[in-house]
Design a binder for this molecule. Structure first.
Ligand SMILES: [Fe+2]
Length: 299
C-alpha cells in the first residue's frame, strides 16, 4: 500500500529559526497554506512542513500509496477499524487522513512521488574498480552537494510492537531489520533499506529525518557548511551498521536531528529481516549522549 515517504511535519515555536536552519542544511524554503515548507533543490515535492506552535512536536507524517489504490486502502482501514479523520490544522487537505496507534496524524496520498533531482554517476577508484581515469576528482567533488530527496524518518514510540503491527499489517510496510529492543527499520518494498522506523522511548516523538546527497563528499561538505554557519558539529562522519549508509547528523534547534546520507543498501523482495545486537555505527565516533533523548513533551 504505502509506496514511499512524502514529507514530515513538525510544530515549532519559531518559523524564522526553522527557516534559517533548513536553508543552512541545504533545503529551499517557501510558504504554503500559511505554513513554512522546505524542499530539495530540483525536486517538485514538499519534504518538510513546519507549523508554528508553543513547543516543538511531531505534527504529521505523509506517505504516498500506489496510484489508484486509495479506495482499497480505505476498505483495508475500515476492516482494521481505523477511522478516517479530518486533516489537522496546518496540514494539506487532500488525501486520506488517519491516526496511528500513537495518535500521530498520517496522510496517505494517491500518486507517484516526484522524481529526485538527477545526479551524475560518481566514478570511483576503490577496491578492484578503476572507473575514473584522467580526471581530477577534487575539481568535481564539490559540484553537486545538496539534498536530492527525503529518504526516511524515524519516530520515537513507547509501543514499537503495536506501531510495527499497524504499519505492516494495515499500511503494508515491511520490517527490514531490528536493533534488538531499540530500533525497528521498515521498508516499502524494493529500494532503500528503510524509509521509516521507530526508536523505543518513554513517549512518542520525532527523532530524525534523513536526506540523500549525491556522495560521501557531499555529506562532509554539508557538515563543513553547517560548521561555517556556527551550527553544532553533531554526529559523523560515519558509516551505519543497519542500512550501511554513510551519515552525518546535525542537531536541529529543538533537540531532534537531521541527517545527510549516501550509499544506503538497496533491498529486493527477497530481503530477510533479522534482529541484531550492534551499535548504530560501523565506524566513526560514537553518538553523543543526547542522540536518543526525546525532547518532546509527553501527551
Ligand atoms: Fe537515518
Amino acid at each position: 500500500m504505502i509506496s514511499g515517504l512524502h514529507h514530515y511535519a513538525l510544530e515549532v515555536p519559531d518559523l524564522a529559526v526553522a527557516e534559517g536552519f533548513l536553508r543552512d542544511f541545504g533545503l529551499e524554503t517557501g510558504d504554503k497554506d500559511g505554513t513554512l515548507i522546505a524542499q530539495c533543490p530540483g525536486r517538485a515535492q514538499e519534504q518538510v512542513r513546519l507549523v508554528e506552535a508553543p513547543a516543538k512536536r511531531l505534527h504529521h507524517v505523509s506517505f504516498t500509496v500506489r496510484p489508484g489504490t486509495l479506495d482499497s486502502v480505505r476498505e483495508t482501514l475500515d476492516r482494521a477499524g481505523t477511522p478516517v479523520i479530518e486533516p489537522p490544522a496546518g496540514a494539506p487537505e487532500h488525501g486520506l487522513w488517519i491516526r496511528d496507534p500513537d495518535g500521530t496524524a498520517v496522510q496517505l496520498l494517491d500518486g507517484e512521488p516526484a522524481p529526485a533531482r538527477p545526479a551524475d554517476e560518481v566514478l570511483v577508484n576503490v577496491g578492484g574498480s578503476r572507473q575514473r581515469i584522467g580526471a581530477a576528482q577534487w575539481l568535481h567533488a564539490t559540484g553537486d552537494v545538496l539534498p536530492r530527496r527525503l529518504g526516511h524518518t524515524l519516530l520515537f514510540t513507547a509501543q514499537p510492537q503495536q506501531m510495527t503491527d499497524f504499519y505492516t499489517q494495515v499500511l503494508g510496510l515491511k520490517v527490514s531489520d531490528r536493533i534488538r529492543g531499540l530500533v525497528t527499520f521498515l521498508n516499502a518494498g524494493p529500494g532503500d533499506h528503510h524509509i521509516f522506523g521507530f526508536i523505543a522511548s518513554t513517549h512518542r516523538g520525532f527523532h530524525h529525518a534523513s536526506f540523500e546527497v549525491p556522495s560521501i563528499d557531499a555529506i562532509a561538505i554539508g557538515a563543513d557548511r553547517m560548521r561555517a554557519q556556527g551550527r553544532d558539529a553533531g554526529w559523523g562522519l560515519g558509516r551505519h551498521t543497519i542500512g550501511s549508509n554513510f551519515f552525518h547528523y546535525n542537531p536541529d534547534p529543538w533537540g531532534s536531528w537531521i541527517e545527510w546520507f549516501s550509499d544506503i543498501d538497496q533491498i529486493d523482495e527477497c530481503w530477510v529481516a533479522r534482529d541484531w545486537e550492534v551499535p548504530p555505527h560501523l565506524w566513526g565516533a560514537p553518538p553523543p549522549d543526547t542522540f536518543l533523548a526525546n525532547s518532546e513533551p509527553a501527551d
